[in-house]
Unconditional design. Structure first.
Length: 82
């Protein structure tokens, strides 16, 4: 197992809209299953408290696919593929 010791995030972290990616709008993920009422967004979006649940038992996968970014005057397009 590999691990890294990281520095805690300072309490004076910038507000959500300053420098943070809006993953709720721009991320694309794949999931193997999802329980109705407990979508994967609930595990990834700030402020959600219910979390994600799988609809099926056994091993599950949440796979990030890409993050989209809007160019000025255009629709969202791929920024990067993970």
């Amino acid at each position: 197992m590999r691990k890294r010791l990281i520095t805690p995030i300072p309490q004076a972290a910038p507000p959500r809209d300053e420098g943070w990616l809006d993953i709720e709008r721009t991320a694309v993920v794949e999931v193997t299953s999802e329980e109705k009422g407990y979508p994967v967004e609930s595990a990834l979006v700030s402020g959600e408290t219910q979390g994600w649940r799988a609809a099926d038992s056994g091993s599950q996968t949440i796979r990030p696919m890409e993050v989209l970014q809007a160019a000025p005057g255009s629709a969202l397009g791929p920024l990067s593929t993970l």
